[in-house]
Write a protein that binds this ligand. Structure first.
Ligand SMILES: Nc1ncnc2c1ncn2[C@@H]1O[C@H](COP(=O)(O)OP(=O)(O)OP(=O)(O)O)[C@@H](O)[C@H]1O
Ligand SMILES: [Mg+2]
Length: 433
């Protein structure tokens, strides 16, 4: 067969005409209809942005009390007084970040209208994954790095934590009446990683600042036990005020989803049965609004891919399966090498009893030239895996020989292989039965 190569010099594109002609009939109709539909066909989703994680709706139903209390706490800043430090707690997806973002946005607007200088740096301590990065982002948010004098700036690297903190405090001092409300979201991961030095320095900073400027701190955490890890001095200053966000009920989730569906979908695209199922599934898992919205989005994407014009309950069920599979994949992929080896050992074990699993684990470790962990540590890791729902363990009675634990993997073998396949510290034969 002869191929004719046509060079489009104007765009530098090479088109293989013969190949194009021979394939044209096969895929043309399909591709054309997809494009056609994208332009003119009825689509399910009218505003995709409203289903993304970063989208914060203007109205947050069932959070009026929380919004009001935070606004009242912060309002004093408009009169030049320092707001109390504040700690917000609550399980994932209970609206902590969304509420604070809404209040802060309006505070900014009001301060601007009144000509008051308020700075509200917002840092997520989990995504800024080192203590220094947290300080760097605070400095960036406050505009310190726009300072002309280089020696006042907090560079991306190269300073000690103490020096970076001092430069932030010097900046507040130098600006005289600068009012800073520092928000540290997911503050528990900062403390977990770096202890509470940064929080200590900022809660104590007002003793050093003179001339009308100040700094208040708002910490947000989804770990209710986070406070126990703080030094008592930090704990008492940081929690001058506290607020707990309760999980949403199924009925509340239904309303939140119905409002969101109106923004996101074209009319009559999603049934109330599908919305109620999303709410019921997310309600079962800790009243998490993020989970509920994720279910809605993924269900719509599934229906969209099937080129349907409605989202139904079956799409929500498929969405649940997909999200679970993706979450398992992420957890498995990011687990430590020893956890991965334990999972492989459980898969290879015939009767699943702890002794046998440990023996297989030890021999896999030897093959991979890793020093095995103690049996006690392995038992701990297995119980963590149990809590994550990746393994299940029953206690089996063996009559007069006592009782023994039987451990089983609860996720499909394929999911595990997929998640482990790129880990260089596992030899490929370990992944084969
Ligand atoms: N009352 C509400 N009305 C509408 N949407 C809400 C409401 N509460 C939460 N959401 C939405 O649910 C999602 C999760 O909320 P948010 O990020 O505020 O949770 P969070 O409490 O900060 O959770 P985490 O502890 O995991 O950070 C966001 O998309 C948010 O817009
Ligand atoms: Mg949050």
């Amino acid at each position: 067969m002869s191929f004719l190569m046509l060079e489009r010099k104007d765009r530098g594109v090479c088109v293989d005409i013969e190949l194009y002609r021979s394939n044209k009939n096969l895929s043309d109709d399909l591709v054309d209809s997809i494009f056609e539909k994208a332009v003119s066909g009825k689509t399910l989703i009218k505003n995709r942005r409203t289903l993304t994680i970063d989208y914060v709706p203007e109205k947050l139903p069932f959070r009026d009390e929380e919004t009001k209390t935070i606004a009242q706490t912060l309002a004093v800043v408009l009169k030049g007084a320092r707001p109390s430090n504040l700690l917000l707690f609550g399980k994932p997806g209970t609206g902590k970040t969304a509420v604070i973002k809404n209040v802060v946005q309006r505070l900014h607007q009001k301060a601007k209208d009144l000509g008051i200088e308020v700075t509200v740096p917002f840092v997520n301590a989990k995504s800024a994954n080192t203590g220094y990065k947290v300080l760097y982002e605070i400095a960036e948010n406050m505009g310190i790095n726009q300072e002309e004098e280089k020696k006042l700036q907090v560079h991306f690297t190269g300073l000690s934590m103490g020096e970076a903190t001092d430069r932030i405090l010097d900046f507040i001092q130098k600006k005289k009446k600068l009012h800073v409300v520092l928000i540290i979201d997911e503050v528990d991961s900062l403390v977990e990683r770096n202890g509470d030095d940064i929080l200590y320095n900022f809660t104590r900073a007002n003793e050093q600042i003179s001339g009308g400027g100040f700094i208040s701190l708002i910490g947000i955490s989804n770990s209710l036990t986070f406070k126990d890890k703080l030094d008592p001095r930090v704990r008492s200053s940081l929690s001058e005020e506290e607020m707990v966000f309760n999980p949403y009920t199924v009925e509340q989730l239904q309303k939140i989803l119905a409002d969101r569906a109106k923004l996101a979908f074209n009319d009559d695209v999603i049934s109330s049965a599908a919305i109620n199922l999303c709410a019921a599934m997310a309600g079962r898992e800790n009243g998490d609004a993020r989970k509920a919205i994720d279910l809605l989005r993924v269900a719509a994407e599934i229906a969209e891919r099937e080129r349907l014009t409605n989202v139904e309950e079956k799409h929500v069920r498929l969405a649940q399966e997909k999200i679970e599979k993706d979450t398992n994949h992420e957890v498995l992929k990011n687990s430590t090498t020893h956890t991965k080896i334990i999972i492989l050992a459980i898969m290879k074990s015939k009767n699943g009893n702890t002794g046998e699993v440990y023996d297989i684990y030890s021999s896999l470790c030897n093959n991979a030239e890793h020093e095995p962990l103690t049996q006690r540590r392995i038992t701990q890791i297995i119980s963590e895996l149990d809590q994550l729902g990746l393994v299940s363990s029953d206690v089996v009675s063996k009559g007069r020989y006592g009782r023994s634990q039987r451990i089983k993997i609860t996720v499909p073998t394929l999911t595990i292989r997929e998640a482990f396949k790129d880990d260089p510290s596992l030899s490929t034969w370990d992944l084969v039965d």
